[in-house]
Design a protein around this ligand. Structure first.
Ligand SMILES: [Ca+2]
Length: 161
């Protein structure tokens, strides 16, 4: 069980190989109303025999999201709620490096309100014939400033409109 705004998760024995017969579960719990994004830095598990399963919530079959296997780094995944679980299962033989990932809680309320705000400005820009160009520049500038601020706060999840 992992709490906190961000952190890293490594499979046991990383990067020298996870054990056979592994069944390890990590449950990431973010603040209420936040989402969790995981970004893989390394990924190598025996293809089609060992798996990393992702669950949108606690690790119950009903919350099953996807199953990762193989040797290419998967794209980042974002949870739909404030709990995200991972389970590593391996069979009786052949191991690989395993995985390492970075997880981060993202403020959901802020991203939605900010996206709506951007959409609102876009609408104004589209309907304003005379100052269309400067309007779009201002909109872009706002988006850029917030993006820079957010990378420092490492808290906001920006959905670009
Ligand atoms: Ca294996």
């Amino acid at each position: 069980m992992l709490k906190g705004r961000n952190g890293t998760i490594e499979s046991p024995g990383f990067p020298y190989g996870y054990p056979n017969g592994a069944n390890c579960t990590w449950v990431i719990v973010a603040e209420e109303g936040n989402r969790i994004q995981i970004v893989f830095q390394s990924f190598a598990v025996e293809e089609e025999y060992d798996f990393l399963s992702l669950y949108d919530g606690h690790p119950h079959p009903a919350n099953f999201r996807t199953r990762l296997t193989g040797f290419s780094i998967p794209p980042p995944v974002t949870s739909t709620g404030s709990v995200f679980s991972l389970r590593l299962t391996s069979d009786f033989a052949v191991s690989a490096h395993g995985f390492k990932l970075y997880y981060e809680g993202k403020a959901l309320l802020f991203s939605y309100s900010f996206s709506l705000f951007l959409l609102f400005i876009s609408c104004i820009c589209s309907s304003n014939e005379q100052q269309r160009d400067s309007c779009w520049m201002v909109r872009l500038l706002i988006q850029l400033v917030v993006l820079i601020l957010c990378s420092d706060l490492s808290k906001c999840f920006i959905i670009s409109v």
